[in-house]
Design a protein around this ligand. Structure first.
Ligand code: FMN
Length: 189
């Protein structure tokens, strides 16, 4: 008899705990799948937009996630117009898809000064006052990036719901909602 490699998928409580553990691993391990989730927003033209980001913090207790971005990037304008977003992770070794629905708060300036102070110098070039992401340029390298704390934004995602799909020997799917204190509900996969 083979032992179940994913015993955490059998119960709603352990599945919920495990998906947060996988998210947390993404924050601390640059090779973990949850390191690079896909963030989906609603474009200002109403069309969906998705892009890879780095997961910077995951707090299971508060149900919050942190991302960093350039304040001038399109996603910030999109989130100002519509603060709802989705975050997607496919974790192959856990056979686990995690789909998150969240309300996003955009934090800038003095509110993120402590966070900016902890960002290593080379990484600060991603947040620049001299080059707006997505602006047309005449040649591929016709831009200069100058780190600027005023261009740094922290996206704080307050998770509203999580849809977890586990593709083990049996397929299981569950939805967890903040509104019912994350009790969870099994769904047809
Ligand atoms: C591996 C990888 C990691 C990335 N991490 C981030 C990130 O943490 N924050 C971010 O704003 N963009 C990140 N990007 C760039 C985005 O995918 C995207 O190209 C950029 O943010 C502009 O998106 P927008 O125009 O939709 O705002 C990353 C891209 C890759 C390929």
């Amino acid at each position: 008899m083979t032992t179940d490699p994913h015993p955490w998928a059998a119960e709603l409580g352990s599945l919920h705990a495990h998906l947060w553990a996988r998210l947390s691993r993404g924050v601390h391990d640059r090779h973990a799948p949850a390191r690079h989730p896909t963030l989906a927003t609603v474009g200002t033209d109403g069309l969906p937009q998705a892009r890879t980001v780095v997961l910077r913090a995951a707090n299971a207790h508060t149900g919050t996630l942190h991302l960093y971005t350039d304040r001038q990037s399109a996603k910030v304008a999109e989130l100002q117009a519509n603060p709802l977003a989705a975050l997607h992770v496919w974790d192959p070794s856990a056979h686990l898809q995690i789909r998150i629905e969240a309300q996003v708060a955009i934090q800038t300036g003095a509110d993120v000064a402590n966070t900016w102070a902890r960002i290593p110098e080379p990484s600060r070039y991603a947040y620049s006052s001299t080059a707006t992401p997505g602006r047309p340029i005449p040649e591929a390298l016709a831009y200069t990036k100058t780190p600027d704390p005023a261009s740094f934004a922290l996206l704080c995602l307050t998770v509203r719901a999580i849809d977890a799909l586990h593709l083990g020997p049996d397929h299981r799917r569950a939805r967890f909602e903040r509104a019912d204190d994350w009790a969870g509900q099994w769904l047809v996969p």
